[in-house]
Design a protein around this ligand. Structure first.
Ligand SMILES: *Cc1c(COP(=O)(O)O)cnc(C)c1O
Length: 377
């Protein structure tokens, strides 16, 4: 049976990228390695829509988050955290581990933090040094209005630090135009690479704050990474095979064009939501993002058992809810190297499985609605 990956990280990797990973390993301080890192950095700037440095760290995405926290905040400094799910809680954990004074602005799972909530928090806490937010909350499918957050934060001394690990490259995000000071991303979501790399952009405002913050990390000290970045180098041995492969995936994005890529994800996401609703199911997120669709498991169904059946019978791997959301939602990723017909097939497999367990869905209804939406009808 053919197996197909629809989890919101890791995601499918394009063939030309996989081929890069099969090549012999080179020396990471060679002129060639530097040229490759330079190219990757420039392509990342394009994907981030920034003229600021974007450093590459050898770690999973959370390493990028840790680098942002330890480099931007001194012990005890105040941070406003906008949390709408498990990945907001990841920020919370990192901030706690590094002794930030966190002001929590939290909404229930499925909801989005609004710009009004941020405006109030900024007014109540003028001494906040940074605002931490999440572009795409992968645990609930919510997308945040980072553009509106950026306008509010720009008027204050605080930095806007965004976890774009699953959002960047799947939904519109313009770091410079929107006033994002630090954007963190990772390789295994919309950027079409296996896990292993984190990327962090640093604005001029953020760089100034970093330079006046006491050093409190070593491996994840952004000062070190920025100094080496200027020479197209890295402070430590990087995962150079992954960097070389990332170049191939980023070229794919450049060839498509970032705006075309955003539009494609938006179109597939809209079609997926239409298909889900036509099947008699509900979209969990009140403000859905375009990287994945999160579906509420209807009352009376064992959500985890159905996902297992979809995988066992049809070979499609969708993601369950995490922690206390397990069994309550299904997460279907459509970010990265996934096209409309891949998603259509995943929806068909879910629809068929639901029909098999006796959920009142007419086979083909979701598929038809998906196609109608995709055709613009
Ligand atoms: C996947 C994900 C992370 C965690 O990244 P790791 O690579 O597992 O460390 C953080 N934030 C968001 C929004 C994610 O989707």
């Amino acid at each position: 049976m053919k197996t197909r990956l629809f989890t919101p990280g890791p995601t499918p990797v394009p063939e030309e990228t996989l081929l890069e990973l099969a090549k012999p390993v080179g020396y990471h301080r060679s002129a060639e390695a530097k040229a490759i890192l330079k190219e990757v950095s420039e392509d990342l700037q394009y994907v981030f829509q920034t003229a600021n440095p974007v450093v590459t760290l050898t770690s999973s995405g959370t390493g990028g988050m840790e680098a942002a926290v330890t480099s931007c905040l001194a012990v005890g400094e105040k941070a406003i955290l906008l949390s709408a799910g498990r990945w907001g809680e990841r920020w919370k954990g990192v901030l706690k581990a590094h002794q930030a004074n966190t002001v929590l602005v939290e909404v229930p799972y499925g909801k989005a933090v609004t710009p009004d909530m941020l405006a109030k928090a900024l007014a109540d806490h003028p001494d906040a040094k940074a605002v931490f937010a999440t572009l795409s909350e992968t645990s609930t499918g919510v997308g945040h209005d980072i553009e509106a957050f950026g306008k509010l934060v720009a008027n204050t001394p605080a930095l806007l630090v965004v976890d774009g690990i699953s959002g960047l490259g799947a939904m519109e995000c313009r770091c410079d135009a929107w006033g994002v000071d630090v954007m963190v991303s990772g390789s295994q979501k919309a950027l079409m690479l296996p896990p292993g790399l984190a990327f962090v952009s640093v604005s001029e405002k953020a760089r100034k704050k970093i330079e006046t913050t006491p050093v409190r990390g070593f491996y994840f000290d952004l000062r070190r990474a920025l100094a080496k970045w200027a020479e197209s180098d890295t402070p430590f041995t990087p995962a150079n095979t992954l960097i070389k492969a990332q170049r191939a995936s980023l070229k794919r994005i450049r060839t498509e064009g970032i705006e075309n890529l955003w539009a494609r994800h938006a179109k597939v996401a809209a079609a997926c939501r239409a298909g889900v609703r036509a099947m008699g199911l509900e979209v969990f997120a009140e403000r859905p993002n375009n990287g994945l669709t999160v579906i509420t498991v209807p009352a009376g169904l064992d959500g985890s058992a159905i996902l297992k059946a979809v995988e066992k019978k049809h070979g499609f791997k969708l993601a369950d809810g995490q922690d206390n959301m397990k069994g309550k939602i299904w997460r279907l990723s459509h970010m990265g190297y996934v096209d409309a017909f891949d998603v259509l097939a995943a929806l068909a497999a879910l629809e068929l499985t639901l029909a098999e367990v006796g959920f009142g869905v007419k086979v083909g209804s979701g598929v038809a609605a998906f196609q109608q939406s995709y055709a613009g009808k």
